[in-house]
Design a binder for this molecule. Structure first.
Ligand SMILES: NC(=O)c1ccc[n+]([C@@H]2O[C@H](COP(=O)([O-])OP(=O)(O)OC[C@H]3O[C@@H](n4cnc5c(N)ncnc54)[C@H](OP(=O)(O)O)[C@@H]3O)[C@@H](O)[C@H]2O)c1
Ligand SMILES: [Zn+2]
Ligand SMILES: [Zn+2]
Length: 384
């Protein structure tokens, strides 16, 4: 495909919050201006993250429509900027996740050219960004998510992967190991890395017992990674008994249904038995107390789901009595993404993915909202 055909992309556009109910409309959009370190990707696969649904509704804050979501992207490179030529070539199969940019220590005024105020000294714009200097780009104060946010430095709106093409920063573009099928690699780029990163950070491995709350896209990855990393014991939590067989097949040793009779007794029997709990549920209520009960002294509860309302009610006394850590975690860094792919190949990790035609994106979104995915839906551009 020649460069001049890449001035207009087509994709699923949300024009209002109603788009989240399955009313996205297919149409053209103009990508941001191509820069020297960019690559253009012809999207073959884009998996569906619950965040896509939440962003379209605007539940986490005002959104700018029309919005094209999708940040679990796999495709083939069709255009390479001069500063990306040392790493990428046309035809390469690559992946792209939920982060499309960071300051990467580029100096002011590269950042904030659209803003009037000069940055304060040491806030990351001056070339001294600690996250970007230490391989934790996802915690850069200038993080640009893959879609829905206007970039500070050029004012353009980032667009996602429910589309024919995606314009990508090469720093956040990843070559894919040939062993990984595209439909498996795609959901790893957000759902996978968001669970891999905190498991590694908090020491998941032999000798450790791990709890996974919420068996959706993220949760099923958490079980697969905990197993691949060699955890001694994995306890899965879901609201109902319906996912028990799947949980055990994924690698759980035990399964508890939080809304079923007997849950309180089951917690008592397992008190102080877990080292790490990853909470992937999209909301957390009173049952948070039961998770803290299950943690060993010094154990860590990691929040991954963006709890509705943005508040978490943590029981304080048990926290003090057991020196419990309550942590948050955001996606993962480029280095962690590369490590995750290595582990996936080494251990033969196989996510449970249901493929859908890109043309059926509205139905897929409705299924995600209804909790019907088992366990990640992946949109496929059949003619890409
Ligand atoms: N931190 C990050 O960087 C990051 C990255 C990606 C996504 N996220 C967030 O992580 C969350 C999960 O995403 P996902 O793609 O895995 O979603 P998903 O596939 O829809 O799974 C979410 C799971 O949460 C549980 N759940 C849903 N509603 C619940 C409720 N009211 N109370 C308790 N549990 C509930 C369900 O599990 P059961 O049926 O088993 O109970 C459901 O399967 C979302 O909030 C998403 O925005 C965060
Ligand atoms: Zn996501
Ligand atoms: Zn930075």
């Amino acid at each position: 495909m020649s460069n001049d055909t890449l001035d207009t992309f087509h994709g699923w556009l949300g024009h209002s919050a109603a788009a989240a109910d399955g009313q996205m409309q297919w149409g053209p959009f103009t990508p941001r201006a191509f820069q020297d370190d960019d690559v253009d990707i012809a999207v073959t696969h884009c998996a569906v993250c619950h965040t896509d649904h939440g962003m379209l509704t605007g539940v986490w804050g005002p959104v700018e429509y029309p919005l094209c979501v999708g940040h679990e992207i796999v495709g083939r490179i069709v255009r390479v900027g001069p500063k990306a030529k040392d790493r990428f070539a046309i035809g390469d199969r690559v992946g792209f996740g939920a982060q499309c940019d960071a300051c990467l220590n580029r100096p002011f005024p590269y950042w904030n050219t659209a803003a009037s105020a000069a940055p304060a000294a040491g806030d990351g714009h001056q070339g001294g960004c600690v996250p970007c200097s230490t391989g934790q780009e996802q915690y850069c104060p200038e993080i640009v998510p893959t879609y829905g946010v206007r970039r500070n430095y050029d004012g353009t709106l980032a667009r996602g992967g429910y589309a024919t093409h995606f314009r990508a920063k090469s720093h956040f573009t990843f070559p894919l190991p040939p062993e990984l099928p595209s439909a498996h690699a795609a959901p790893m780029l957000c759902g996978g890395i968001t669970t891999y990163s905190p498991l590694v950070r908090f020491g998941c491995g032999p000798g450790k017992a791990v709890g996974v709350v919420g068996l959706g896209g993220l949760g099923h990855f958490a079980v697969l990674w905990a197993k691949a990393l060699g955890a001694d014991r994995i306890l899965g939590f879901s609201r109902s008994v319906g996912k028990k067989d799947d949980a055990m097949a994924l690698g759980c040793d035990e399964y508890l249904a939080t809304l079923e009779d007997g849950y309180a007794d089951a917690i008592k029997e397992r008190e102080a038995s877990l080292d790490i709990i990853l909470c992937t549920a999209s909301s957390v209520g009173e049952e948070l107390e039961s998770y803290i009960t299950l943690l060993k002294p010094g154990g860590t509860f990691v929040l991954l789901g963006n709890a509705d309302g943005g508040k978490l009610q943590v029981p304080t006394l048990p926290m003090l009595m057991k020196k419990i850590n309550v942590a948050g975690s955001l996606i993962g860094s480029p280095a962690e993404i590369r490590d995750m792919f290595k582990l996936a190949v080494e251990k033969g990790v196989k996510p449970w993915v249901q493929e859908r035609d890109m043309q059926d994106a509205n139905e897929a979104l409705k299924d995600i909202a209804a909790g019907n995915a088992r366990y990640r839906l992946c949109l496929v551009n059949k003619d890409a």
